[in-house]
Design a protein around this ligand. Structure first.
Ligand code: CMC
Length: 428
């Protein structure tokens, strides 16, 4: 294959190198285009065809439905690893040895507390505040309590910042829920694993012990693994973009949380359950909602369907669908919205509108059903996604800084007014 691409613009030819990834993905390196072609740039709203970076963290083939973290198949990882191993793998590039994992886990536990003054900040939020807003604010607030800047070149300083965030984030996530639920802001129990501890921090009532259910622990562990990274999605790109100005790790992650909140991204998991509930209340009339989704004059979309990159199936959705069946059976939960979801999926997979546009269930379509069965309230679904995505965001931020990427600063094509004379107020 040729190693260059040639653009012809106004009769003049410009040659650009091709960049080939380890999975033979090919990109045209247009870094010099503007300088060579007298100011001409490329235009690609939503970055549908634009690679923003080279990355060694996650490989995704949307046509074949492949997802791998650091070369390992997601199906294998979801089955055989636990969430902290995945966090280590994503951030540092290799699966940890037993010794490394014990140290990583113990260092995170060492940080599993926050400054007591954070409680005063939480006090200031209205009880009805959405936990995503609370979580992003608290993540930013962590900087005020840990103000020293981190030298990204120092392995030790980076490691300390990473375990600090991994230790404190579950506390903040659980507290965002406990504030809403009117529960005391308690700490966890360092004798437990990461996921077990998180569950206890979320659900422990002041008057009784929290009994861990292994089915719930396993299901949550798997969900967190499936959400842990997804290359250059909206929130991850936000984290990298904010970090590219050399803003710190915590505030970059806080920005990512806000990006994740939107219903087209992580907020879809909450929106899916609300949609399925609405269909149930509407006598299970899936046809009506399918018609709304296809009607171009109606802004309604089938939530949990479609993906920018997956045009075959989302491998995470496959695993989650199977897991939803198992978890509901194991917990003895009968949830009518699981049947509605399955019916909706079947209809969509037969419908030419969805088939032609290659719209398949995505990770968010079934995840909410499991979260619900685990007793997690709907408005906490997107914070759960954030908890899972945290290692991915950290890994991507670290990679971006270590590769010394330039500040993210896209260009534009201006389509506004040309130069005009200023009109004084009296003449407007
Ligand atoms: N329901 C109905 N029509 C849809 C849907 C949907 N869920 N998704 C895409 N389409 C249509 C869209 O109207 C367009 O039709 P046309 O070609 O006639 O104009 C076509 O499919 C292509 O859609 P697009 O909006 O150009 O595709 P995109 O890559 O920009 O958007 C998406 C991807 C995920 C934002 C979109 O599919 C969507 O809004 N889905 C629903 C929200 C959702 O489930 N989001 C979670 C995504 S996965 C997890 C995550 O990223 O956090």
């Amino acid at each position: 294959m040729s190693k260059t691409a040639i653009f012809e613009i106004n009769g003049k030819k410009f040659e650009f190198p091709l960049v080939v990834g380890t999975e033979n993905e090919v990109a045209i390196d247009i870094k010099k285009l503007r300088a060579m072609a007298g100011g001409i740039i490329t235009l690609d709203p939503g970055y549908k065809n634009t690679g923003s970076c080279e990355s060694a963290i996650t490989f995704l083939d949307g046509e074949k439905g492949i997802l791998r973290y650091r070369g390992y198949a997601i199906e294998d990882l979801a089955e055989k690893a636990d969430f902290l191993e995945i966090a280590y793998l994503l951030i540092f590039g290799e699966l940890p040895t037993e010794e490394q994992l014990i140290k990583f886990s113990s260092d995170i536990k060492d940080q599993a507390h926050v400054d007591e003054d954070i409680k005063k900040i939480i006090d200031g939020f209205p009880k009805a505040a959405h936990p995503m807003g609370v979580l992003s604010s608290l993540t930013s607030a962590l900087v005020a309590f840990n103000p020293t800047s981190v030298d990204v070149e120092s392995d030790e300083e980076m490691y300390n910042a990473i375990v600090r965030l991994l230790g404190k984030f579950p506390v903040l996530t659980a507290w965002a829920y406990r504030k809403r639920a009117g529960l005391p802001l308690d700490y966890g129990d360092n004798s437990l694993g990461y996921v077990e501890n998180f569950l206890k921090m979320m659900f422990k009532k002041p008057t009784e012990d929290y009994m861990l259910n292994p089915v719930v622990v396993d299901a949550l562990d798997k969900l967190l693994i499936l959400h842990a990274d997804h290359e250059q999605n909206c929130s991850t790109s936000t984290v990298r973009m904010v970090g590219s100005s050399h803003a710190g790790l915590f505030v970059s992650i806080s920005a990512g949380i806000n990006a994740l909140w939107g219903p087209l991204h992580g907020g879809a998991n909450q929106a899916v359950i609300e949609m399925l509930e609405a269909i149930k209340a509407d006598d299970g009339d899936t046809k009506k909602y399918m018609a709304k989704a296809k009607d171009k004059s109606d802004p309604f979309r089938l939530m949990g369907f479609g993906h920018r990159v997956y045009k075959n199936f989302d491998p995470r959705a496959k695993i989650i669908k199977k897991s939803a069946d198992e978890v509901l059976t194991d917990l003895g939960v009968q949830d009518p919205i699981l049947d509605i979801a399955k019916g909706l999926e079947e209809e969509a997979l037969r419908d030419p509108y969805f088939v032609d546009r290659k719209l398949y269930p995505n990770v968010d379509f079934y995840s909410g059903i499991i979260y619900r069965a685990l007793g997690i309230p709907t408005e906490m679904f997107t914070p759960m996604f954030a908890l899972g995505r945290l290692p991915g965001w950290i890994a991507q931020w670290r990679e971006m800084r270590l590769r010394k990427e330039p500040i993210g600063r896209p260009r534009q094509v201006y389509i506004g007014e040309n130069l005009r004379d200023f009109k004084p107020l009296t003449k407007r």
